[in-house]
Design a protein around this ligand. Structure first.
Ligand code: SF4
Length: 93
């Protein structure tokens, strides 16, 4: 079991929270976090670590994204979106 007190949690400023998605179920994805404190051995998202610069093992860091208000919300009207395609967002809501 992971000791949550040892998980490195940081805030990370991003330009946008919406990312164009190639998933067949959604036009955009929203991933409010990078990393995950669970560190499951079967995790499908461990490859995300290479984009973070973290030296910690998967499961030992969590970057919480911070973003400004979406400037042109009309652009996303009637678009399908998925939340947490690369993290377990539902655990954190
Ligand atoms: S993202 Fe999901 S599968 Fe991966 S470590 Fe977290 S809870 Fe486990």
């Amino acid at each position: 079991m992971i000791d949550l007190k040892k998980v490195v949690i940081k805030e990370k400023k991003v330009d946008t929270i919406l990312t164009k998605s190639n998933l067949p179920i959604a036009g955009y994805s929203i991933n409010p976090y990078v990393g995950c404190p669970f560190g499951c051995e079967y995790c499908y998202a461990t490859f995300m670590k290479r984009f973070t610069g973290h030296k910690e093992d998967w499961g030992m860091f969590l970057d919480v994204k911070m973003w400004d208000k979406i400037k042109n919300p009309e652009k996303y009207k009637c678009k399908t979106m998925i939340v947490g395609s690369f993290n377990k967002a539902i655990c954190w809501l």
